[in-house]
Design a protein around this ligand. Structure first.
Ligand code: SF4
Ligand code: SF4
Length: 194
C-alpha cells in the first residue's frame, strides 16, 4: 500500500493505479475482480494480473540440457511429483498443478516452461455449503476469460430451475460443464479437466 501512496503522490490517476477501475467502468451484469498482488507484485507471478486478473499457469517440460542433479526442482515442487531417475527429472504430469515453480528453480535449463496460460474455475461458493470452484479450463488462452461470464449468464438464463437450485454451483453440478463449452464454442480444449 505504501507503493500506491507513492504512485498517487507522483500524480498517477486512479485508472493508472488500478486497472480494475477501468475494467468495471460501465454498468454490467458481472464485475471483474483482480488479484490484490497487482498493487505490490507477486513473487510467484506467471502472468501479468494487471492485464488478465486471473490464475496464471505454466506447463513445465524436461529439455535435453545437461543437468547438475542439484535437486532444487524436487524441493520447489510442493506436490512432490518430481523424481530423479538416472539423474534426470521425471514429472508425474497427471498431478501437476502447473505452478511453474520447478522451472523457476532449475538453474541449468533442464526444466523449462513450455507454455503459459490461464486457469479458469466456476461455481465456487461460500457459506454453509462452501465448495471450491469447478475447474473449467486447466490451461487455456487468456482470451477465453472474457467469454466465460457470458457463458455462465447464458447457462443461468437457459437452465435455472427454482425447483432444483439456489446457487450456480448446484446448477453446474446438474448440467455439467458441457453447456459452457458449447456456448464458448470449445467442445474440446487442451485445458479441459480430465
Ligand atoms: S509445475 Fe509445479 S506442480 Fe508441476 S511439477 Fe513443477 S513444481 Fe510440481
Ligand atoms: S532438473 Fe534442474 S533443478 Fe532439477 S536436479 Fe536437474 S539441474 Fe537441478
Amino acid at each position: 500500500m505504501r507503493k500506491i501512496g507513492e504512485a498517487s503522490r507522483s500524480g498517477l490517476s486512479d485508472a493508472d493505479l488500478d486497472i480494475q477501475d477501468t475494467l468495471n467502468r460501465e454498468p454490467a451484469l458481472f464485475r471483474i475482480e483482480l488479484c490484490h498482488s497487482r498493487f505490490f507484485g507477486c513473487p510467484n507471478d506467471l502472468i501479468d494480473v494487471k492485464e488478465l486478473g486471473t490464475h496464471g499457469v505454466a506447463r513445465p517440460v524436461v529439455t535435453g540440457q545437461e543437468g547438475s542433479e542439484c535437486g532444487q526442482c524436487l524441493a520447489a515442487c510442493l506436490d512432490r511429483i518430481i523424481s530423479l531417475r538416472n539423474g534426470r527429472p521425471v514429472i508425474n504430469s497427471d498431478y501437476c498443478r502447473l505452478c511453474g515453480a520447478c522451472a523457476r528453480a532449475c538453474p541449468t535449463g533442464v526444466i523449462e516452461t513450455a507454455e503459459r496460460g490461464v486457469r479458469i474455475l466456476a461455481g465456487g461458493t461460500i457459506g454453509r455449503f462452501a465448495r471450491y470452484g469447478r475447474e473449467i479450463f486447466r490451461m487455456t488462452e487468456p482470451e477465453t476469460i472474457f467469454g466465460v461470464p457470458e457463458a455462465i449468464s447464458f447457462l443461468l438464463k437457459s437452465e435455472w430451475s427454482d425447483d432444483h437450485e439456489d446457487h450456480f454451483s448446484l446448477l453446474l453440478s446438474r448440467t455439467g460443464i458441457a453447456p459452457l463449452y458449447e456456448h464458448l464454442g470449445v467442445p474440446g480444449s487442451k485445458g479441459q479437466p480430465k
